[in-house]
Ligand binder design. Sequence first.
Ligand code: EPZ
Length: 417
Amino acid sequence: MSKLFVTGRQKLSGEVCVQGAKNSALPILAATLLTNGENTIHNCPQLSDIEASVRILRYLGCDVRRCGKTLLVKSDDVDKYDIPDELMRKTRSSIVFLGAVLARTGKARLTFPGGCEIGPRPIDLHLKALRKMGVVIKEKHGFLECEAPKGLCGAKITLSFPSVGATEDIMIAACLANGTTTIINAAREPEICDLADFLSECGAQIYGAGEGVIIIDGVGRLDCTNHTIIPDRIVAATLMACAAVTGSSITLKGIVSNHIASTVPVFEDAGCTVKISRGNLKFSAPQQLESMKTIRTMPYPGFPTDAQAPLLAASCVARGTTVFVENIFENRYRHTTELVRMGANIHTEGKVAVIEGVSSLYGAKVQATDLRGAAALIVAGLCAEGVTEIGGIKYLERGYEGLELILSKLGANIKKI
Ligand code: EPZ
């Protein structure tokens, strides 16, 4: 199992082109199942979660080819509707294939996607919505047997929580349904808008993406398109955290400013300066970070839960107290025990984590247990005295494309062995 070795206290400098958004590419790849012809998807990051989705597409009968950061996906020969357990379990986000397979074939058979390190990850909102759209769903022995005997029908669906995955599943299922689907209390994340843009480019009739109410008028067919994935706002926040803890100035290229409107002010509270112009973000950090005050994770446009771990790591060496309130997932503080091993002063109680800044962290042997927790340990390693050995970097590779190479190019002393 490879590990990362980070020798801290190296300044970073230079510029980075931010990778395409994992959480936009995943639902868009599922949505290609609905189209005729060959889709060209640009700026698709090379990640294990993306490869897991490609394996599912190929299993279902799609022809998928990768040329660098571009994926070519042709779904004309899709001939299956069941996704085997070993493919479903690779990534939690595979549940978004449910709506796509149903829309394409009228039935679906797949296992419950596993929970994961950050919480049980229920799918009740997905199933309740699809049942309203005429899907008969039998849950047995961990399998979902789904069928839409009269085809998918438009419905008015109110989500009790603006679930990203449920919103995506419904949007995809609704594109080819009979009639109109209205999603009330829909998720507003930028990845929802990117999926809506992709589907609209293919001929779908979707209105209101990015707002709380999304309306989809079902159409007869969707045709392939040429689409470029939006930049990854969580990777951008992670890179800013790396610069913040090393007192560095870096430039991030390919930024959409309103996608990071809730994370930039946190860095500014900590004393960093951020200037954005024409898609480029100039970031510079002070030698000593100030407290980030109180950060509550919320659905977009609130502070993103996925940025909590890397920014919590940065707050460990800020002057004063920082408080995080994790409102989205039940178990998203597992990285704090590893940060404490590096000398951080953190107390967690349920949703709340209280961080008392310390003057320095110290290199240690630590273990990542989830994707964003792995990023947090790198942030901590970059400012720790000595060498930090990070295990479990398979989690990192789910969502960060060559992060250690990017940081090394910026001047960090980081090696994968
Ligand atoms: C997406 O997960 C992202 N994953 C997550 O990113 C992200 O943290 C999350 O949205 C919130 O922004 C992808 O897009 C692939 P949710 P998703 O449905 O869709 C509860 C990362 O690090 N819920 O908005 O699973 C759920 O338990 C990953 O890149 C139900 O109760 O998130 C959670 O508490 C981690 N019932 C909350 O809603 C349901 O049917 C938010 O979940 C669905 C969700």
